[in-house]
Design a protein around this ligand. Structure first.
Ligand SMILES: Nc1ncnc2c1ncn2[C@@H]1O[C@H](COP(=O)(O)OP(=O)(O)OP(=O)(O)O)[C@@H](O)[C@H]1O
Ligand SMILES: [Mg+2]
Length: 682
């Protein structure tokens, strides 16, 4: 299964038979990959882990001691263990006297002399050995002290449960934030080849939804399994202490549970993948529909868009439904088995209590269980442990099924993160040459897809203080030529040089911060005019912004707006005309004041006079700079210092207007003739 294949699958039909290749090893690898994002939060994670283990342990111990105190001491009136007395701040008169008595000396029978381990229904024969029980008053005292502790514990617990979730949330979100930021950073550094080959919505879904599963990794991948295992192991230990045969039966019940889980696992993975793909498609569809809302409305395609959304949405719903259904079915099977086991074991245990059967560890158990034969307290503890054991197993299975979804999601998230950017910084970068003298393409060859050359044998030179016009039919590679200078892509052959430095020897950051570009397809943001102009700079003053706007002939219309430069533009500059947007884009490029400026048809929507003015301003402003203008406008081209005429991915003619017009049968000449008619060509 290739990931790119995953991107395209529309869910249902084609992904039905695909089981994602998710081995235990891959799961472990994915889990390890999350480490760099967790490491910054290590301290807080440790605090959380310690708090949870400590709190859990305390809770467990106090519940255990509490049950014993309430049942055996308060209700049945047995005397306390010394430690219990200390904790409850009561005197020695509450404490059992024969605690030190060696257990071995007593036969392990009904008369083992342990008054405090006497169970319900203990016969009168034991009475002679039994020390006096707690008086009614003493039992009340124990009850009250126990209540006080319960209240204190309750208050502390409640406080913990209120504060801890916020802390947990903060830690979790910080980790997720680390991952998301890394993903967005990576996505932005990925070559445009990736972005033009995949849907934006898919990347959004990976960053927003898939990445969020890193939070669940800690919970479902580590914490919950440990907690569940803890419950299972403690349960097993207790059950074993009570009766090994009993433990063997309980373990035997576990085998079919594991088997069912194993059978269900590939199904769960498949459904999880389909679910995520369907939801990613839904996001992509929505993103595309909203970003093209004008086109949609203009073409009256609303109902089509709605139908598509409706269909995608149903698919996503179905996929989510079937995933949950499988999870529930699995959990139900395992849960039912567990419940039957609990009922069966209760039946057996009650029988043993009635028979006062001795526990497996017998008298040895007194030390840590408090009783050696089955009695009410023993029954309660054993029942709780068997419940914990079965609950833990059921929980573990549910965690496992959630983990399948989790790892499918992490796989999708890390796919984005693991993509290698095609354009990378050099190991030993050179500084950007200053002052700039020239830009040069030397024998450059480039193709987007193998075997489909877009540019071949390009040689072009542009000197500082000149304007170079790039002219040619649509699709001939003009924008591509400029992308190579910006290193949006790297050349397949040849070199792009600035002075005598190959652009590959500069850092991408350094290179791009020295080149401004204004595109025809401009991108404005829902922000003020001033902020839109200053978008790509950090240090532009209001005066710089207004000066740039003046050069781009935007000053005038901005001044006319009610709030001037503080006017809020709508989403993607929706409140402006195409020509106004273009002028703001040019101002944005100008304000950066870089040595190289590229205008890729940003003047197409301007009227001839405004365009002329903009270019005159630019030429005046950029006297030291190298300016490239890609345009079809003859009036602009005519004024350029140099014209590069492109055809079929090659520069076929270079020179100024007059020189090129001299060439009989010249390509440029015939372009001019076609544009203007023969009469005006000269
Ligand atoms: N991301 C891409 N992936 C694959 N092919 C591409 C990509 N971008 C452009 N092309 C192809 O490369 C060729 C040159 O495209 P380019 O955008 O450089 O042309 P152009 O001269 O700027 O055209 P126009 O005047 O229409 O802007 C075209 O055939 C185009 O289909
Ligand atoms: Mg172009």
């Amino acid at each position: 299964m290739t990931e790119l294949g995953m991107l395209k699958g529309y869910g249902e039909e084609d992904s039905t038979d695909r089981t994602p290749g998710m081995s235990l090893r891959k799961m472990a690898t994915l889990a390890l990959k999350t480490w760099p994002f967790m490491r910054p939060m290590l301290l807080h994670l440790s605090i959380l882990a310690l708090g949870m283990v400590g709190g859990g342990f305390m809770g467990f111990i106090s519940a255990f001691v509490g049950v014993d105190l309430m049942t055996n001491k308060v209700l049945l009136g047995q005397k306390l263990q010394p430690l219990q007395a200390t904790v409850l701040f009561v005197g020695d008169e509450y404490v059992t006297t024969n605690i030190e008595q060696p257990v071995e000396q007593e036969p392990a029978s009904k008369t083992h002399g342990k008054g405090d381990i006497k169970g319900i229904g203990k016969s009168e024969e034991t009475l002679p050995d039994v020390e006096p029980e707690l008086t009614q008053e003493q039992r009340k005292v124990v009850r009250n002290r126990l209540l006080i502790w319960t209240v204190i514990g309750g208050v502390l617990g409640a406080l913990g449960w209120t504060i801890v979730p916020y802390y947990v949330l903060w830690v979790w979100q910080s980790i997720n934030q680390n991952l998301r930021v890394a993903m967005v950073e990576r996505a932005e550094h990925l070559s445009l080849r990736y972005h033009s080959g995949s849907r934006v919505g898919d990347a959004i879904f990976r960053v927003y939804q898939d990445s969020a599963q890193i939070l669940n990794l800690l919970q479902h991948g580590i914490m919950y399994p440990l907690m569940a295992l803890y419950g299972i192991l403690i349960g097993l230990a207790f059950v074993f202490a009570f009766d090994p045969l009993f433990a063997a039966i309980v373990i035997a019940v576990g085998i079919p549970m594991v088997w069912v889980t194993v059978v269900f696992t590939p199904r769960l993975r498949r459904r999880s993948l389909r679910n995520r793909e369907a939801n990613s498609d839904l996001t992509s569809g929505l993103q595309e529909a909203f970003s093209a809302i004008k086109v949609v409305k203009a073409n009256r395609a609303e109902s089509q868009i709605f139908e598509r959304f409706d269909r995608d949405s149903k698919r996503a719903l179905d996929a989510a439904y079937f995933l949950r259904l499988d999870m529930v079915v699995l959990s139900t099977i395992v849960g039912m088995t567990g419940a039957l086991t609990i009922i069966g074991s209760e039946y057996i245990m009650v029988t043993w209590v009635i028979a006062e059967r001795e526990t497996f560890l017998g008298a040895w158990a007194v030390a840590f269980l408090g009783f050696a034969v089955w009695n009410l307290g023993g029954f309660q503890i054993a029942r709780d442990r068997v419940g914990g054991l079965m609950g833990g197993t059921n929980w573990l299975v549910r965690i496992w099924s959630t983990m399948q979804d989790l790892f499918i999601a992490l796989d999708r998230a890390f796919y984005l993160l693991d993509l290698k950017p095609e354009v990378v910084d050099p190991d030993d970068p050179k500084p950007f040459p200053a002052p700039i003298r020239e830009v040069q393409w030397q024998d450059v060859q480039f193709s987007y897809q193998e075997d489909q050359p877009v540019l071949t044998g390009i040689d072009l030179q542009a000197a500082a203080g000149t304007v170079t016009a790039i002219v040619g039919t649509t699709g001939t590679g003009k924008s591509t030529l400029m992308s190579l200078l910006l290193r949006l892509y790297d050349v397949n052959r040849g070199q792009v040089m600035i002075n005598d430095v190959d652009v590959k020897d500069l850092t991408i950051e350094d290179l791009r911060s020295n080149i401004s570009i204004a595109l025809q397809k401009n991108v404005l943001f829902a922000d003020t005019v001033a902020n839109n102009i200053a978008y790509a700079t950090t240090d532009a003053s209001r005066a710089d912004i207004e000066e740039a706007a003046r050069i781009a002939c935007a000053d005038e219309f901005v001044q006319e707006m009610v709030k001037g430069y503080d006017t809020e533009l709508g989403e993607r500059g929706g409140k402006l005309s195409a020509g106004q947007r273009q002028r703001l884009t040019i101002a944005r490029a100008v304000v950066r004041d870089t040595p190289i400026l590229i205008l890729d048809e940003p003047t197409a929507s301007l009227d001839a006079r405004t365009e002329h003015q903009v270019l005159a301003n630019l030429a005046e402003w950029g006297r030291e700079k190298i300016i490239f203008v890609i345009t079809h406008r003859l009036s602009t081209v005519r004024n350029a210092d140099q014209i590069a005429f492109m055809k079929d991915g090659q520069i076929v003619e270079t020179g100024n207007h007059d020189e090129l017009m001299q060439i009989e049968d010249g390509q440029y000449r015939s372009f001019v003739v076609a544009e203007t008619g023969i009469g005006e060509a000269q």
